[in-house]
Design a protein around this ligand. Structure first.
Ligand SMILES: Cc1cc2nc3c(=O)[nH]c(=O)nc-3n(C[C@H](O)[C@H](O)[C@H](O)COP(=O)(O)OP(=O)(O)OC[C@H]3O[C@@H](n4cnc5c(N)ncnc54)[C@H](O)[C@@H]3O)c2cc1C
Length: 497
C-alpha cells in the first residue's frame, strides 16, 4: 500500500469502523459485537471481520479485545499526540507474549492493516490506524533487574519511567529518553537518545537481547548469538521486523544524584549562548549530557536555554560546569544536585496529551556560521514553533556505521523543530508554517532520526532508503526474509527487497 493511499482512506475508514449500531449496543452494555465489523486491509481495501471471528479472537486472549462499541474503546484509541484521531477496527490489549502471537496471526491471516503500540509516543501517530488492528502492549510493563549481572529485562509496553525506577533502586541505569512516559519499545528500536547517550551510547547499543514475535507468529530470542541478522536490523530499524515483547538491557553504575538543570539566556545573548553550547557539546566529557532549547522566555522574546545533566562524580561535575555557571548574564540558572529519576521527568507532558504536536527533525554534523546566524535572529521561534537540539555524539560514535542498522554515528545533534498548538483548526496552517520554517533549516541536516519519521502526517516519503545509507539493502533483505508481506508497515517503512 502506498503512503498516500493510507492517508486518503483515513476519514472513511474511521467512519466505517464506528457504525451507529455499535454505539447503540454499547449504550445497552452488551460487550459482544452486534454485527460483523468492517475493517481495512493492508492493501487499503475494505474488508469484513465476522462477528464469530471477533468473539473467538476475544476468547483466545488473556488480555482484552476492544471494538468500537466497547466502553473502554474510546479511551484506548487515543495516543499521546492530541492531533492524532484514529479509529481502529479492533484494539488487542495484550497481556503476554502468547496474546501477541495470536494478534499477529489474526492480522496476518486476514491481511489486516496492523499497528503496534508500545508507549504511544510516535509524533505522527504510527502506533494506531484507521480501520485496522492495533496490538497494544500497554498492559505489559513489568521490569526485572539482575543487579549482580548488571542487566534488566523490560516488557514491550514499558515506559522509560518503569525501567529507571527499577534500575535506580540498585544505583544502575541504561540510556533511555528524556521523557519518562515515552515507550521504551519505539524509542529503543529506532535508536534511543537521552541524557546518558554521550556516556553509554544509544538505548539500542545497550541491548543484550530482545524477544520478538515475527510476522509468521514465531517467538524468537534475538541477540548477537541467536538470529544475529535480526539483532543487527532491530538496532535502528524500528518496528519493521516484528513485535518486541521484551528488551534485555545492559546496565551501568549510576549514582542516583546527578548535577543538572538549565541556564536560560535572554534575547540579547542568543547568538553567544548558541555559540557557547556548540563549543560545549563538541568538547565536553562524556559524563555530560547537554542539549539546547530555543524557545521564547517569559518576556515573549526569543531565548536560549542550555540543559545539562552531569552523571559523573560531583566534584568533577562542578569543574565541568563552571564555565557555563560563569557564562553571560542568564535570567535563570537551575543547576543543582538532583535525583536522576526526577530529572527524567523534567519535561513530561500527560501520557495522552490534548496538545497538538508537529515535528520536523534532522541530524547536524556541525554548527556552521550559516546555521547559527539564522538561529541567532530568533529563527525557529516564530508563532507556535520552538527548537530543540538533542546531543548525538560521544559514545554514540564509538559504534561503526554498519555495525548496527542505526547509521547516523557521526552526528553532533538531532535538530528538531516543533509546532505546538491546541486548536484543531490550527492543524493545517500550523503544519504549513513548520514546513516553511524547516525548509530553511533542512539544508543544514543530513539524514533524520527514524523515530521522528513523519510520512503519515506530511504525506511525503522522506527517503527511507537514503536515510539508512549503506545499511539499507541489508535491511531490505532482512525485511524480505522475516516480513515479506510488509505486515509491519506503520513505521519508517523498509519495503521487502
Ligand atoms: C514527548 C516526546 C519526547 C521524546 N523524547 C525522546 C528522547 O529523549 N530520545 C529519543 O530517542 N526519542 C524521543 N522521542 C521519540 C521517541 O523515541 C519515539 O516517539 C518513539 O517511537 C516512542 O516510542 P513508543 O513506544 O512510545 O511509540 P509508539 O507510538 O507506541 O510506537 C512508535 C513506533 O514504534 C513501533 N513499536 C512500538 N512498540 C513496539 C513494539 N513493542 N515492537 C515493535 N514495534 C513497536 C510502532 O509500531 C511505531 O512504528 C520522544 C517523543 C516524544 C513524543
Amino acid at each position: 500500500m502506498k503512503r498516500r493511499d493510507f492517508c486518503g482512506m483515513s476519514a472513511a475508514a474511521g467512519a466505517v469502523a464506528f457504525l451507529p449500531i455499535e454505539r447503540l449496543a454499547a449504550a445497552a452494555g452488551d460487550s459482544s459485537p452486534a454485527t460483523d465489523l468492517r475493517a481495512v486491509k493492508l492493501s487499503g481495501q475494505e474488508t469484513t471481520i465476522e462477528r464469530a471471528a471477533v468473539m473467538d479472537f476475544r476468547a483466545s486472549l488473556r488480555g482484552t479485545l476492544l471494538a468500537p462499541r466497547d466502553a473502554d474503546y474510546e479511551a484506548a484509541r487515543h495516543v499521546w499526540n492530541g492531533m492524532i484521531d484514529k479509529h481502529p477496527a479492533l484494539i488487542a490489549r495484550c497481556a503476554d507474549t502468547a496474546d501477541v502471537v495470536r494478534a499477529v496471526t489474526f492480522a496476518r491471516e486476514r491481511e489486516l492493516l496492523l499497528a503496534v503500540r508500545g508507549g504511544g509516543h510516535s509524533f505522527p501517530g504510527l502506533s494506531t490506524c484507521n480501520g485496522g488492528l492495533v496490538i497494544d502492549l500497554s498492559p505489559m510493563r513489568s521490569v526485572v533487574v539482575d543487579a549482580a549481572g548488571r542487566s534488566a529485562r523490560a516488557a514491550g509496553g514499558a515506559w522509560g519511567a518503569d525501567v529507571d525506577a527499577a534500575t535506580q533502586q540498585h544505583a544502575l541505569a541504561t540510556t533511555l529518553g528524556e521523557i519518562s512516559n515515552t515507550g521504551i519499545a519505539g524509542l529503543t528500536l529506532g535508536g534511543g537518545f537521552g541524557w546518558l547517550s554521550r556516556r553509554f551510547g544509544l538505548a539500542c547499543d545497550n541491548l543484550i537481547s530482545v524477544e520478538l514475535v515475527t510476522a509468521d507468529g514465531k517467538v524468537r530470542r534475538v541477540s548477537a548469538q541467536d538470529e544475529p541478522e535480526l539483532f543487527w536490523a532491530i538496532r535502528g530499524g524500528g518496528g519493521n521486523f516484528g513485535v518486541a515483547t521484551s528488551f534485555e538491557y545492559r546496565l551501568h553504575a549510576l549514582n542516583p544524584t546527578v548535577l543538572g538543570g538549565h541556564v536560560d539566556f535572554p534575547s540579547a545573548q542568543l547568538k553567544d549562548a548558541i555559540g557557547f553550547y556548540a563549543e560545549l557539546v563538541g568538547h565536553a566529557p562524556r559524563e555530560l549530557g547537554v542539549d539546547l532549547s530555543l524557545a521564547p522566555n517569559e518576556d515573549g522574546r526569543p531565548g536560549a536555554q542550555i540543559y545539562v545533566v552531569y552523571s559523573g562524580d560531583a566534584r568533577s561535575g562542578g569543574k565541568v560546569l563552571e564555565p557555563l555557571q560563569r557564562f553571560g548574564k542568564p535570567i535563570r540558572n537551575t543547576i543543582r544536585p538532583q535525583n536522576y529519576v526526577v530529572v527524567q521527568k523534567w519535561s513530561d507532558t500527560a501520557p495522552i496529551d490534548p496538545t497538538h504536536w508537529f515535528i520536523k527533525g534532522g541530524f547536524v554534523r556541525d554548527y556552521p556560521a550559516g546555521l547559527t546566524d539564522l538561529l541567532a535572529d530568533g529563527f525557529g521561534q516564530e508563532g507556535d514553533t520552538g527548537m530543540y537540539f538533542q546531543s548525538a555524539n560521544g559514545a554514540v560514535a564509538d559504534v561503526a556505521q554498519t555495525a548496527t542498522a542505526f547509521p547516523h554515528r557521526d552526528a553532533i545533534a538531532n535538530m528538531m523543530l516543533f509546532g505546538v498548538w491546541k486548536d484543531p483548526s490550527r492543524d493545517e496552517p500550523g503544519r504549513k508554517s513548520v514546513h516553511a520554517v524547516w525548509s530553511k533549516l533542512e539544508p543544514f541536516t543530513s539524514g533524520y532520526y527514524v523515530n521522528l519519521h513523519d510520512a503519515d502526517a506530511s504525506g511525503r516519503d522522506r527517503g527511507t532508503e537514503r536515510n539508512y545509507g549503506p545499511n539499507f539493502s541489508r535491511l531490505a533483505a532482512v525485511k524480505k526474509q522475516y516480513d515479506p508481506l510488509n505486515l509491519f508497515r506503520l513505521n519508517a517503512n523498509i519495503r521487502p527487497a
